[in-house]
Design a protein around this ligand. Structure first.
Ligand SMILES: [Zn+2]
Length: 287
């Protein structure tokens, strides 16, 4: 996941597919529509054959994937985590897809300033990749290890790590973790000096000093925005990831324990017959 940042030099009109799914929501799922003013991520998949703004041509998914899921589904769950984490208003557009990248990278985020970024997931690598069909469930991992620390602003979560990978997750690199990491860059986590990011009011845990690397990452091994990811492991967003992004991007309100909206496929059976409740859940707001 070696992050590289590059300013796009061209902008092109590119065919995209927007997810405008709506779903009737039910029962014990006390999930509501995002709070008024919360962050909206407009994620658009760049189909094979279309061009990214940097001139790379999107490819099909590599043959090194397993798990039965799709990049679109995994990305939607990752975006949902971030939308639940950032409660301040804002709209960010992120194009994403597969592209043949050089070197030992899982993905690269390109930020051009403003609110539009694009993420290329490496389809040319040899690393085995896990595409979870139910990315919100974490069901392929047997062990969850949270961690926390006081970095100067009171105790804050610093790790939410799943290990004990089974089935298709075993021995493979988890693309949900990769997507969560890259979206963090796209939302604004791009420090370069290596100086700590210090959290300020009105964010919670003000005074927290988040250590960073000179490559624009958080220097805490369990953080999502740590520069590398081992196989057979899933990392979810931590408190320091959310505070770091919010501090650098200027978001004032956060939820340090976000829960994503499950994908439609995981809820389809649950949703049957529940329409009577009439609660409408928008998985992705239209642009
Ligand atoms: Zn990175």
């Amino acid at each position: 996941m070696n992050h590289r940042q590059k300013t796009p030099t061209k902008s092109r009109v590119r065919p995209v597919r927007r997810c405008g799914c709506t779903l009737l929501l039910v029962l014990g799922l006390a999930v509501a529509a995002p709070p008024a003013g919360a962050l909206t991520i407009n994620a658009s998949f760049v189909a094979a054959g279309s061009s990214f703004p940097n001139g790379n041509t999107a490819t099909a998914a590599p043959t090194t994937t397993a798990g039965g899921g799709s990049l679109q589904g995994v990305f939607a769950t990752a975006a949902s985590y971030w939308e639940k984490a950032i409660l301040s208003p804002g709209t960010v557009t992120i194009d994403f897809g597969w592209a043949g990248l050089t070197g030992n990278v899982l993905a690269t985020t390109f930020t051009g300033g403003g609110t539009t970024s694009f993420i290329e997931f490496n389809s040319a690598g040899t690393s085995p990749l896990f595409l979870d069909a139910t990315p919100a469930a974490n069901s392929e991992y047997t062990t969850f290890t949270p961690s926390s620390a006081n970095l100067g602003g009171g105790t804050v979560n610093t790790g939410r790590v799943f290990t004990g990978a089974t089935g298709a997750a075993s021995g493979r690199y988890d693309l949900l973790s990769v997507a969560l990491h890259e979206i963090g860059h796209a939302l604004g986590f791009t420090p370069s000096s290596g100086a700590p990011v210090v959290v300020t009011n009105p964010l919670p845990n003000a005074g927290t000093s988040i250590p960073t690397t000179t490559t624009g990452h958080i220097d805490i091994t369990t953080a999502e925005l740590y520069p590398s990811l081992p196989p057979s492991e899933r990392k979810l967003l931590t408190g320091v990831d959310i505070l770091g992004v919010a501090q650098l991007a200027g978001y004032k309100s956060v939820d340090l324990n976000p829960v994503p909206v499950p994908l439609p496929g995981a809820l389809i059976l649950m949703a049957s017959g529940l329409a009577a409740f009439g609660t409408r859940l928008r998985l992705r707001r239209a642009a």
